[in-house]
Design a protein around this ligand. Sequence first.
Ligand SMILES: [Zn+2]
Ligand SMILES: [Zn+2]
Length: 213
Amino acid sequence: MKFRIIPVTPFQQNCTLIWCEQTLEAAVIDPGGDIERIQAVIEEEGVKLTQVLLTHGHLDHVGGTAPLAREAGVPILGPHKEDAFWIDGLDQQSAMFGFGKVEGFTPDRWLDEGDTLTVGKEQLEVLFCPGHTPGHLVFFHRNSQLAQVGDVLFQGSIGRTDFPRGDHATLIRSIREKLFPLGDEVRFIPGHGPMSTFGEERRTNPFVADHRG
Ligand SMILES: [Zn+2]
Ligand SMILES: [Zn+2]
């Protein structure tokens, strides 16, 4: 599996294009906006978009979903249905974050812990990791030990929990009980900022390092 990170929106959200090298079938994870830029990368890599995947319902992660999925004629999968209130409230989110008008949508399928997604011949495992939002998902590609974690975990930090239905203790539990057991070597793409590994965060992250108990 190959991937390319495409930072989008004024929040520099790490929209990610992933694809199967054998079939060139691709998925876009978290198309927050700037869909011309995303479409240009899809064209440049010569891959075929087959689905849009969403980690959670925040605007900077989902704002470009409706037009991107419609123009490519592909389904929208995720997030977990507990994030439906965020997606239903896209207009309010747009006002709150100072974005322009965004097009609403309903996912074709909500996802849950234990679901498996197929991109060409590659498989992604779905993990339910609430805390930043109540319906946040993480996508894990076991073969390449790569996780797309959205706003759960960042290099040196963790997701905000001061939004409606955010919960700090739940977030810490998601990171320690769902993500870290995947292994220290696992590399992750966060929703914002540089990549890191779970091992590095276990050593140095001021919020979730092992020595923080
Ligand atoms: Zn978020
Ligand atoms: Zn974000």
